[in-house]
Write a protein that binds this ligand. Structure first.
Ligand SMILES: [Fe+2]
Ligand SMILES: [Fe+2]
Length: 246
């Protein structure tokens, strides 16, 4: 074998070993669908799948708290939540409603954007008052329906984002009609009214500002979110390790 052929063979062998050590990132179908892709690339033969913690993401403590998720998993979009919660507090709302505003878009900043009210409510249900998770579930649909009697107008931002001719589908209309008759209708409306759109790019709030409210109204499990066998523990584990099969 010539020197060049030998070098090429060694390089191939090194590449194969490297590939074996490399780990395949097995993404959920949801990631691919969001890119308009139905059939993702298959795992190359002989390559292992990344399991457990993802070294590309910030390491999390063994027993993570809600604040750890804000700091280590949630996007910079959390400023929207922090500013909404500050607005709710400045408006003199009770702690429970400040918490609802603080967490209302938790699915958007950390989990799944589509149907975010429902995903967020499910994620939070074991840890917050039922009224808080109900309000978070319903705010998504209610944002599309003005209620002038309480001073809620259709958001101008929605006209820009979705077009002036956007019409909610029948399931959303039916959901809104059910919500209208519910005893916590106004709680979900409080989220709509304190949903802060006017971002001040110079204002950077920290989650610690709401540590007191979280401490009083979020039932933080001592084992850590994801380790506590609650009905949504698997969702917190998914957030922690989005590509791990176990
Ligand atoms: Fe929302
Ligand atoms: Fe929002």
């Amino acid at each position: 074998m010539s020197t060049t052929a030998l070098e090429a063979a060694e390089e191939l062998e090194a590449r194969q070993i490297g590939q074996l050590e490399e780990q395949f990132i097995q993404r959920s179908q949801l990631y691919h669908l969001a890119d308009g892709v139905l059939q993702p690339t298959n795992r190359p033969p002989g390559v292992r799948v990344l399991m457990k913690e993802d070294p590309r993401l910030p390491a999390m403590p063994k027993a993570p708290t809600l604040i750890d998720f804000f700091k280590l998993r949630f996007s910079a979009g959390q400023q929207h939540l922090l500013q909404s919660a500050r607005l709710a507090r400045n408006n003199g709302l009770p702690d429970k409603m400040v918490l609802a505003c603080l967490l209302h878009d938790i699915a958007v900043i950390g989990f799944i954007r589509a149907e975010h009210g429902y995903w967020g409510a499910q994620l939070l249900e074991p840890y917050v008052d039922e009224e808080v998770s109900w309000a978070i579930r319903m705010h998504q649909v209610m944002k599309f329906f003005p209620d002038e009697a309480i001073g809620y107008e259709y958001p101008q931002a929605y006209v820009q984002m979705f077009g002036a001719d956007f019409e909610p589908e029948p399931y959303a209309v039916a959901e809104y009609e059910r919500a209208r008759d519910h005893k916590w209708y106004l709680s979900a409306r409080i989220i709509c009214l304190n949903d802060e759109y006017s971002f001040d790019p110079g204002m950077h709030l920290e989650i610690e500002e709401f540590e007191d409210v979280i401490g009083r109204h979020f039932k933080q499990p001592k084992e850590g979110l994801g380790n506590d066998n609650s009905p949504s523990a698997h969702m917190w584990r998914t957030l922690r390790r989005p590509c791990s099969a176990l």
